[in-house]
Design a protein around this ligand. Sequence first.
Ligand SMILES: Cc1cc2nc3c(=O)[nH]c(=O)nc-3n(C[C@H](O)[C@H](O)[C@H](O)COP(=O)(O)OP(=O)(O)OC[C@H]3O[C@@H](n4cnc5c(N)ncnc54)[C@H](O)[C@@H]3O)c2cc1C
Length: 458
Amino acid sequence: MKDSVANKITYDVIIVGGGITGASILYLLSNYSDLKNVLLIEKYGDLASLNSNASNNAQTLHTGDIETNYTLEHSKQVKEASERIIRYTDSLELKERNSIIKNCQKMVLAVDDEEINILNKNYDSGLGKLYPGLKKIGKKQLEKLEPNVVKKRDPNEKVFALLSDNGHMVDFGRLTHSFVQNSKKHKILKTNVLLNTKVLSIRGNDGKYIVKTNKDTHHGKFVIFASGTYSLYFAKSLGYDKNLSILSVGGGFYTAPRVLRGKVYRVQIGGIPFAAIHGDPDFNNKNIVRFGPTVTIPPLLERHHLETFADYIKSFDFDLPTMISLKRILLNKDIRRIISRNMLYGVPVIGKPYFLKMEAARIVPSLKSENLKFNNNLGGIRPQIIDENKKSLLFGAGKIKEEGLIFNITPSPGASSCLQSALEDVVTVTRHLNKNFNVDRFEKELGPIESKNILNML
Ligand SMILES: Cc1cc2nc3c(=O)[nH]c(=O)nc-3n(C[C@H](O)[C@H](O)[C@H](O)COP(=O)(O)OP(=O)(O)OC[C@H]3O[C@@H](n4cnc5c(N)ncnc54)[C@H](O)[C@@H]3O)c2cc1C
């Protein structure tokens, strides 16, 4: 392919992927570094077309207080990360802010002794201190604050919750657009955003990288893959991280009328890296509550996109260590139970009543089958990372760093943690390119840096 004149530029950084991860990196580079030119390449016709789109995720700003599968350490990290989103949106004009983020009540609900014990233990062993706004509430307060959780519930069933009235729902798609818009305003950094442009391959050449797309070829000193489910695919294409694989965990949503005032999460069994089914009022439709995400294991990198099957096979690599790891993961009785239950949710006729009984009615007992509808247009794929050395699923996001390269793999809560992940990338890039990162202004505007990992890099 012949290079056009414009492509003779060697970009300081090329970002592959226009979801929230790529957009937040662009935003931080443009506002807090002295880089000169950055290119962002997105294969679809709009930013945030996949997991970052409001239709495809649960719209929760995860802060670590009601996520029972997090350790206290992980909660602290997620808290630091998510607070940056609040600071960013608070800096916007009110109209823009309100189109991106809304305050809402949120809780994690326990419905038997075992679950109640888990919540009490978590609260007493540090959560209560870390989140002073988190309150223990019983049936009476629940009746007042989230009446449908109690209405028509078996009187013998105990209910208890940890509640925060300072939760947030976020349209991460609009937030993605806001980051890009506010990057373009900046004068020092020349940003170039290419839509409808698919990266086909990358190769190193003389300390730089050559990125080939379906339209052209671009040169960069540093390349960051913010390509969601595809980041590991590109890492493997360059021979990196043979010891990791992707387990695609699909997530879909049922919708129901607005039976909840706020977000109601359920207790998740420890060690499972994705949330139990929860109920969430929809950000963009005040008449709807979503129940989900369900759990499926499609051999695809993009939901409903069958053409991504071949790329999934490359990301998964069906070699012996991967298969041994997968077997070990599937032998975990909790994971097996979740997957087999969720497989039944997809079976015609029996799927919906079974979902109602096992999930939705455990949150809203009065909900009826005719009020629930599976919406095939909602949902995405969480790229959960299989570590072949540990033979287990890793928790949260993954970052692979090589000379002049970063690959971001972003299952939940990747959207809530985007600015923290971007911070790490921007510090790495500016150090690598001998450029400056304005730490003082970053901390003033987006909050103090407490993460040891990042402090050690500064
Ligand atoms: C069902 C579900 C519920 C979730 N709920 C939450 C939640 O409530 N809160 C939360 O914080 N997180 C949640 N998450 C996780 C969150 O959605 C993701 O972590 C986040 O959106 C990842 O953003 P991203 O930019 O890394 O990936 P994506 O949004 O998937 O963006 C990747 C981009 O890369 C582009 N791309 C890929 N390959 C190429 C190529 N070859 N060339 C050019 N472009 C390419 C894609 O087109 C895409 O636009 C949820 C995820 C799912 C699936």
